[in-house]
Design a protein around this ligand. Structure first.
Ligand code: PEP
Length: 246
């Protein structure tokens, strides 16, 4: 049985004042039946770890470098994230694929580095609107999944987030049938590559304009094990109903 996961991606939002929202999220879920993960900007991780001390809310980074250390100005290693209080890291988000030219191969190397540092890698994949309209969705996400995940992983080291690029921050959401089709294909691919135990254990999140109003119906789709939430994770009053819908 896969444990459900509600993950929040704060992107480049939040200074010290945002710790209040974190506190509110933690206070709203003192004993959650699901896993809760918030990924604030790296500048907030240490303070967030202090804020969340003793709570059930885990922290993650939003990216890491594939190398453990070295001459990479502006980058952060997986070990640094872990040292700052993270237990997970988002990798291959479409904004990083677009803004920083991240390839599947680079994301795969980062995923390996994250796992080696003891972090859960939340690996994002998803098609653009152009690719969907061209009927290439399954081909695109299958290629990204194959290229972004390393061999030899176990089921609790990786989470996969299916995030259609055109649904992120737009208020547009695929139909439930479209989400089901992709998640079923991803599950089949994971089973084929990693075998039954790992293939069944890896959690598949849906991400893209998840809100309190649509969370429950999305979570009822087979093979949806939770959500990666952007905008609605910044405010406890929006994120908490999503957590409760899981
Ligand atoms: C995201 O950035 O991962 C995301 C899903 O954003 P939003 O929920 O705002 O669409």
């Amino acid at each position: 049985m896969r444990r459900k996961l509600a993950a929040g991606n704060w992107k480049m939002n939040g200074t010290g004042a945002a710790l209040e929202a974190l506190k509110a999220i933690a206070n709203a879920h003192p004993d959650p039946a699901v896993d809760i993960l918030i990924c604030p900007p790296a500048t907030l991780l240490s303070r967030a770890a202090d804020t969340l001390s003793g709570s059930a809310v885990a922290l993650g980074g939003q990216d890491c470098h594939a190398e453990p250390s070295g001459a990479h100005t502006g980058d952060i290693s997986a070990a640094m994230l872990a040292d700052a209080g993270a237990s997970a890291v988002i990798l291959g988000h479409s904004e990083r694929r677009a803004d920083h030219g991240e390839t599947d191969a680079r994301i795969c190397a980062k995923t390996r580095a994250a796992i080696d540092a003891g972090l859960v890698a939340v690996v994002c994949i998803g098609e653009t609107l152009h690719q969907r309209e061209a009927g290439r969705t399954l081909e695109i996400v299958s290629g990204q999944l194959a290229g972004s995940l390393p061999d030899g992983i176990t089921g609790n080291e990786v989470v996969v987030a299916y995030e259609p690029v055109w649904a992120i921050g737009t208020g547009k959401v695929p139909t439930l049938e479209q989400i089901a089709e992709v998640h079923e294909a991803l599950r089949a691919q994971l089973l084929g590559r990693y075998g039954s135990e790992t293939g069944h254990a890896i959690r598949l999140l849906y991400g893209g304009s998840v809100k309190p109003a649509n969370a429950a119906e999305i979570f009822a789709v087979p093979n949806v094990d939770g959500a990666l939430v952007g905008g609605a994770s910044l405010v406890a009053a929006d994120f908490s109903p999503i957590v409760k819908a899981l």
